[in-house]
Design a protein around this ligand. Structure first.
Ligand SMILES: [Zn+2]
Length: 216
């Protein structure tokens, strides 16, 4: 999970929507009526084209990705148009947004902020809570927030077997590419620089960064 930092200046459309409906009576309908085109373009750039949770490359085609309310809007209508509660997610039926759905976090307070039970990508230092293993799985990495990290992985189902396999295969493919360059150090540096860069639409940013820091 990569730390996503929202912009100081949100897109105008979400600001206007929040002003018009800070606490919608029917969050689902209100959200359905919102034209998210500008927000999608904004989040695409903010997240460098990767799902906020699984870090697979987002597909921009119709019905293949969605804007996710980190704190669920149904039970917390006041966060429906709260810019910092919004990230862009893949639409895998078995992981991320669609697996999480409206699950409530143990620590949601009256303002809709989480305090425990879920580690969000908007949370500072969230990347330190997870360890990406060499078999493609991801596990809690520190005792301090192990229960929250465990619950987060369960809610998002980030160890769903096809996702684990995809993650592992990608890491192996990077390893194989590097091996094929033998001792061509310049080529390896160029390749890795491109592979690890944000904005390259290359998936599994966090897993790769941990993988290569561990093997360095
Ligand atoms: Zn995802």
């Amino acid at each position: 999970m990569r730390h996503i930092i929202h912009a100081a200046t949100p897109p105008r459309s979400i600001v206007a929507a929040y002003r018009a409906q800070p606490h919608p009576l029917n969050p689902g309908n209100a959200w359905d009526d919102f034209d998210s085109t500008e927000l999608r373009e904004h989040l695409w750039e903010l997240q460098h084209g990767l799902c906020a949770y699984c870090e697979r490359a987002l597909n921009v085609g119709p019905g293949t990705s969605s804007i996710e309310h980190i704190v669920p809007k149904t039970a917390n209508p006041q966060v429906t148009f709260q810019y910092t509660n919004l990230v862009w997610c893949c639409l895998d039926q078995n992981t991320c947004n669609l697996h999480k759905k409206g699950q409530h976090f143990a620590g949601c307070d009256a303002a809709g902020r989480w305090s425990q039970g879920f580690i969000a990508p908007t949370q500072e230092r969230c990347e330190t809570s997870f360890t990406y293993e060499r078999d493609g799985s991801v596990n809690p990495s520190q005792a301090a927030d192990e229960p929250d990290a465990t619950q987060t992985l369960r809610i998002l189902n980030l160890n769903h077997q096809p996702l684990k396999t995809e993650r592992l295969d990608y890491l192996l493919a990077v390893d194989i590419a590097i091996d094929s360059m033998a001792d061509q150090l310049d080529a390896i540096v160029l390749y890795l620089t491109a592979e690890l860069a944000l904005g390259s639409l290359k998936p599994f940013f966090s897993a790769k960064h941990q993988h290569f820091s561990l093997t360095a």
